[in-house]
Design a protein around this ligand. Structure first.
Ligand SMILES: Nc1nc2c(ncn2[C@@H]2O[C@H](COP(=O)(O)OP(=O)(O)OP(=O)(O)O)[C@@H](O)[C@H]2O)c(=O)[nH]1
Ligand SMILES: [Mg+2]
Length: 253
C-alpha cells in the first residue's frame, strides 16, 4: 500500500485576481516558498513532495497520520497569505492513491470553492509498517556534453519536457507516476512494477527517441524518503561503476 497526499491551494484562482495584473512575480515567489515549506515539513516526517504544477503538489506520505497533516497545514497557514487543503489517498498503486486523494478533495468543494479552507479529506491513513514505496530516479546520460553545452537552453528544455511527457504516458499504463524534479532528472513512483518491466519501458523509449539515453536507479522502502535515497544511491552507482547499465535496483526487502 502507498499513501499519497494531494496538497491544493484554496480558492487560488479567485484570490490571484485580487492582486491585480502586475501579479505574476508575486505568485511565482509564493509558489516557490510554499513548495519549499511543504517539502521541508513532509521530508521531516520521511515523506517526499513533488511540485507537480505548484498550485497542486503531490506527496508520498506513508506513515504520516491525519494529526501530522493538520500540524503541517497549521505551519503553512502561519506563514502564507493562502490556505491549503489536502486529500489523503491510499491505494495498491500510486495512480490509485493519487486518484483517491483527488476524489476526496473534489468532494470538499473543489479548487475554486470559496467555502473550502484548510480541509483535510481522508478515509484512512496507513501506518509505516503497512506501507511500501518503490521509487525510481531517472537521469539523462551526458546531457551536459550532448545538449547543455551544445545547443540553446530552450532546445535542451524542449528535449527534457518531451521526454517527461513520454515517461508520464508510458508509466501511466502501469499505474505508476513520473515527476520532473529539475535538471535532467525524473522521479517515479512504481509500486508493483518489476525491474524488468521498468527496463523494457525505458528501452522502448530509447529506441523511439534515440537522442537521449537514460539511467535509472530503483529503491524500495517503507517511507518515500528512504526509497528515494536508495534510488539515488543506485543511480549514482551506475554513474560511477558501469555507465552502460540502464537500470539498477537494490534487492527487494
Ligand atoms: N533534482 C536533481 N537534479 C540533479 C541531480 N543530480 C544532478 N542534477 C542536475 O542535473 C543536471 C545534469 O547533471 P548530470 O546528470 O550530473 O550531468 P550529465 O552531463 O547528464 O552527466 P551524467 O548524468 O553523469 O551522464 C545538473 O544541472 C544537475 O544540477 C539529482 O540527484 N537531483
Ligand atoms: Mg545526467
Amino acid at each position: 500500500m502507498i499513501q499519497v497526499t494531494l496538497i491544493q491551494i484554496d480558492n487560488y484562482g479567485p484570490w490571484t485576481n485580487t492582486l491585480g495584473d502586475d501579479r505574476e512575480h508575486k505568485l511565482q515567489t509564493l509558489q516557490a516558498d510554499l513548495y519549499s515549506a511543504a517539502q521541508r515539513n513532509f521530508a521531516e516526517r520521511d515523506g517526499l513532495v513533488f511540485f507537480n504544477r505548484f498550485d497542486e503538489m503531490l506527496a508520498v506520505t506513508n506513515g504520516i497520520d491525519v494529526e501530522e497533516h493538520r500540524r503541517i497545514r497549521h505551519a503553512i497557514v502561519e506563514q502564507f497569505p493562502v490556505t491549503v487543503s489536502m486529500g489523503i489517498g491510499v491505494g495498491g498503486t500510486p495512480f490509485e492513491a493519487q486518484s483517491m486523494a483527488s476524489r476526496l478533495l473534489q468532494r470538499e468543494g473543489g479548487a475554486q470553492s470559496e467555502n473550502r479552507k484548510g480541509a483535510i479529506a481522508f478515509e484512512r491513513t496507513i501506518r509505516l509498517s503497512e506501507s511500501y514505496a518503490q521509487v525510481m530516479h531517472i537521469d539523462v546520460n551526458e546531457i551536459t556534453e550532448m545538449f547543455t553545452n551544445r545547443v540553446s537552453a530552450y532546445e535542451t528544455s524542449l528535449g527534457v519536457m518531451s521526454l517527461y511527457v513520454d515517461l508520464m504516458k508510458g508509466f501511466r499504463d502501469h499505474d505508476a507516476l513520473v515527476f520532473f524534479i529539475g535538471g535532467d532528472n525524473f522521479m517515479g513512483l512504481t509500486n508493483g512494477i518489476t525491474t524488468k518491466e521498468i527496463e523494457s519501458l525505458l528501452l522502448r523509449y530509447q529506441s523511439v527517441n534515440g537522442n537521449m539515453s537514460l539511467k535509472c536507479g530503483i529503491g524500495t522502502a517503507r517511507s518515500a524518503r528512504k526509497a528515494a535515497e536508495l534510488a539515488t544511491m543506485n543511480l549514482d552507482l551506475i554513474r560511477r561503476t558501469d555507465r552502460s547499465k540502464l537500470v539498477l535496483a537494490s534487492a527487494q526487502p
